[in-house]
Design a protein around this ligand. Structure first.
Ligand SMILES: [Zn+2]
Length: 441
């Protein structure tokens, strides 16, 4: 085999290998090949041995000292057009949508506006260390296209699609079913699989009340014909919404059953919130291996309730964490993890479990764990450099402590300020130049 030329980052590496196993190299090395994949992740000594054996050659290396190298975060549910609407006080989900969200989404009819907000949105995601995201746009084809164009320039990994709605929304956001499907298919054909699968398409019925049964069935037909394409929607976020769905779909056994009957569930389906679930809901989710997105910051904000974290773990349902911008007020997955702990009234979730859900668990929920979510060889080199000195309330000696204590400090004290740089496929897409860390050869 030819000697592999790599770029190497030396630092303190932490990632989750699975739900229970964390990997740590205090004096670690991350080697990235020329295609942007991880060639090596391990101890500095082991990499030296590979170099001596002639298996790889270090072309360039950066010594980050004690700074942390973590996988980029995976945000499994958020809304691009709502980024300018975070922190808008609203009494409950349905009223909040009417007052703030629908009027803002209407502005995305203007492609230039959509482009401007998309640039801001993706820049902020990378600044927060999120390298993979599952994103709602609006009903507007051109706005969704603009979001894909901006995303493609950043190199971020994203699953996106246009929102679909044909009822129970303001007239200015309601669309003809034929157009809804036609525009979704056109976008799917243009973007699904783009740039070696960095960009992927999702059909996005906003939530059951906003679509007629006929439209949901048409989406189901598209998913059947295109099994690699995603489906992303909301389910059982608030008690009032669940009641409304029962009235609108009296034939369904549960809220999730509405989606099951239309053929919308499967391994590429992600349902956001999933708070008020009954046994029929759980059965539909488990039978189809659908995934969930738990959005604790948003659930706090709209007082929607608490996700059944332990039940979903026990049932081995795939789920990740989501910021749910804009009901969630910030993109930082450190803060989403913290809220994930706080929102449980009587469950003490270990820091390692929250970290797993914000990284590899999220990647598994999106079926993207073969390429991202951890720092194992063969995956895309999507990672962040965390500098705990950037926040003065984090103890100076924290990185010498046990791994659980380090993660606890990151989760309860961290935010976007400690993300010094963000890399996708080994390329710096946010942050300070690493020139000062360059090791001279
Ligand atoms: Zn949402």
């Amino acid at each position: 085999m030819a000697c592999q030329a790599i770029k190497t980052f030396y630092g303190h590496i932490i990632y989750a290998r699975d739900e229970k196993k964390l990997v740590e190299y205090k004096s670690g090395a991350l080697g990235v090949d020329q295609s942007g994949r991880i060639y090596f992740c391990g101890s500095r000594e082991d990499l030296d041995l590979e170099v001596k054996a002639g298996e790889c050659r270090i072309e360039e290396s950066f010594d980050l000292g004690e700074k942390l190298i973590l996988p980029g975060f995976v945000d499994t549910h958020l809304h691009l057009p709502q980024f300018g609407q975070t922190g808008k006080y609203g009494k409950h989900l349905l009223g909040w949508l009417e007052s703030f969200i629908f009027p803002e989404e209407a502005k995305f009819k203007d492609e230039k506006y959509a482009h401007k907000i998309s640039e801001w949105f993706f820049e902020e995601l990378l600044k927060n260390g999120t390298t993979t995201a599952n994103i709602f746009t609006t009903i507007h084809k051109q706005a969704c296209n603009a979001a894909f164009e901006v995303a493609s320039k950043t190199g971020i990994k994203a699953v996106m699609g246009k929102v679909i709605m044909n009822r129970n929304c303001p007239d200015y956001l309601s669309e003809d079913s034929k157009d809804a499907i036609k525009h979704s298919v056109e976008l799917m054909e243009k973007w699904h699989g783009h740039d070696n699968n960095r960009l992927l398409y999702a059909f996005i019925p906003r939530f059951a009340p906003s679509c007629t049964n006929d439209l949901l069935n048409q989406i189901g037909e598209q998913l059947k014909a295109n099994p690699s394409v995603y489906m992303h929607t909301h389910v059982s976020e608030s008690a009032a919404e669940v009641k409304w769905v029962q009235e609108l779909f009296p034939e369904a056994k549960s809220y999730t059953d509405v989606y099951a009957r239309a053929g919308l569930l499967g391994p590429k389906s992600v349902l956001a919130h999933a708070i008020h679930l009954n046994e029929h809901d759980y059965k539909a989710i488990c039978d189809t291996d659908s995934a969930l997105s738990h959005c604790p910051s948003s659930n706090f904000f709209l007082k929607s309730g608490a996700f059944a974290f332990a039940t979903c773990e026990k049932k081995q349902i795939r789920f990740g964490l989501g910021s749910d911008i804009g009901a969630g007020p910030q993109m930082s997955m450190f803060q989403v993890m913290k809220d994930g702990f706080y929102i449980q009234p009587d469950l003490w979730i270990e820091p390692a479990k929250l970290f797993y859900r914000a990284t590899l668990g999220g990647a598994k929920a999106l079926n993207l764990h073969e390429t991202t979510g951890s720092l194992e060889a063969g995956k895309d080199a999507d990672f962040i450099i965390v500098n705990t000195e950037r926040k003065s309330n984090i103890p100076a000696n924290i990185l010498q402590k046990e791994i659980d204590e380090i993660l606890s400090s990151l989760i309860f004290l961290g935010d976007d300020r400690i993300v010094e740089s963000t890399f996708v496929r080994g390329k710096c897409v946010f942050g300070a130049s690493l020139l000062n860390s360059l090791v001279s050869t």
